[in-house]
Design a protein around this ligand. Structure first.
Ligand SMILES: [Zn+2]
Length: 198
């Protein structure tokens, strides 16, 4: 009997380590050091094995004094709550709010509470872009706005939207629009003039 329990524990531990979503709803794991419980699929950092206990349902974990994880929300019905969708939402929100800062993938991943590898894969799965590319698109959109509404030069625009060098801004802008920042501004102004003439 004891062997069987150990065997089951080993399976649950492996499912936890590999974030296996096929075990979601079958068991929950709780981490003593954080006081939090999670679904097996949760992409939060893998805890130390000796701090982990397993529960067959969320109620038992709560009764044992654990709080539900904010990321995987083990207290909600999996059918109405998609933790991965939420991870993508959090990531987008973070990028939109802080694109002007020096944001690395490492920083974004640690703020949303998953590894870079997981974030890249999940974000790309759900949106078709990597987080880095998404950040670039947000920045370029903002750059267009600034170029058309201010007299800031390309260098100043680049720094304002979070680029650390003028060449990385230039390359990102060109990749997304096919134009250099100054071409874009000139082209748009030209088109506006034409519209006014018409
Ligand atoms: Zn969790």
């Amino acid at each position: 009997m004891k062997d069987q329990i150990n065997h089951t524990k080993e399976i649950m531990w492996q499912a936890t380590v590999s974030c296996d979503s096929s075990y979601d709803g079958i068991f929950f794991y709780a981490v003593r050091t954080t006081g939090i419980f999670c679904r097996p699929s949760c992409k939060s950092k893998v805890p130390n094995c000796e701090n982990v206990s397993f529960f067959p349902n969320a109620k038992d974990a709560k009764n044992a004094g654990y709080r539900p994880c904010k990321r995987c929300r083990p207290d909600l019905n999996i059918k109405t709550y998609d933790p991965l969708e939420n991870l993508v939402k959090d990531t987008k929100r973070l990028i939109k709010n802080r694109y002007a800062q020096n944001l690395s993938l490492h920083k974004i991943a640690s703020e949303v509470g998953v590894s870079r590898f997981h974030l890249n894969r999940i974000f790309k799965d759900k949106t078709g872009y990597t987080p880095r590319l998404y950040l670039e698109k947000i920045r370029v959109n903002e750059a267009k706005e600034i170029l058309l509404t201010t007299n800031l030069n390309s260098t100043e625009v680049g720094y304002r939207i979070g680029y650390q060098s003028v060449s990385s801004f230039y390359n990102a802008f060109k990749r997304n629009t096919g134009l250099s920042p100054s071409q874009f501004r000139a082209y748009r102004n030209l088109n506006n003039d034409n519209q006014e003439i018409d």
